[in-house]
Design a protein around this ligand. Structure first.
Ligand code: FMN
Length: 171
């Protein structure tokens, strides 16, 4: 699968088979994060990768018991230090690489931005000064959702300069 095909066909997957992700495949997917670009190549993020059932129960609790968090094969929390200007951007690029590399390997993912920050940090022993930027579930898909709608490209792109269109705000 080429990169564009992965981008085009990826969906958020919220229902997973009860099937573990082989260790070597998981490491290949995480390698895609390691290779991500970052501002001044600082690579300011780290990840906690959760596969243990009991630990997953606690991460699900931190996400209001979202079913796909409880039912995923792997839960990832990507954290970084807010002292780094680009900490969120760099973490997000790494996680998008994870999502696309997983999809290419037949593994679904879902970004998780809704969680109790303090509780998740305590479950995962994340240092106080750091912030969990975003989390992600991974697992073999047990659903095939339709594509969610996207805005038209023509509504998102301006040629050369931004020009207001019929009085509406740009976003
Ligand atoms: C930063 C971010 C946070 C998200 N948080 C959640 C979440 O907490 N729970 C969830 O089920 N989906 C979450 N999503 C998934 C979005 O709802 C989903 O990407 C969007 O509806 C588009 O659907 P698609 O991914 O299938 O194209 C999040 C996505 C992003 C990028």
């Amino acid at each position: 699968m080429d990169v564009f095909k992965a981008i085009e066909t990826r969906r958020s997957i919220r229902k997973y088979k009860d099937q573990p992700i082989p260790e070597d495949l998981l490491w290949r997917i995480l390698e895609a994060a390691r290779l991500a670009p970052s501002a001044s190549n600082r690579q300011p993020w780290a990840m906690v990768v959760v596969r243990d059932k009991e630990q997953k129960k606690l991460t699900a609790k931190a996400c209001s018991n979202m079913e796909h968090v409880a039912g995923c094969a792997v839960f990832i929390a990507c954290f970084s230090n807010p002292g780094d200007k680009w900490y969120q951007v760099d973490a997000a690029i790494a996680m998008e690489n994870v999502s696309l590399a997983a999809w290419e390997a037949g593994i679904g993912s879902c970004w998780i931005g809704y969680f109790d920050d303090d509780y998740m940090k305590s479950v995962l022993h994340i240092p106080q000064d750091d912030k969990i930027v975003v989390c992600m579930t991974l697992g073999y898909p047990d659903e095939a959702p339709d594509a969610r709608p996207r805005k038209d490209l023509a509504d998102l792109v301006y040629r050369e300069k931004y020009v207001p269109r019929s009085g509406s705000p740009p976003f």
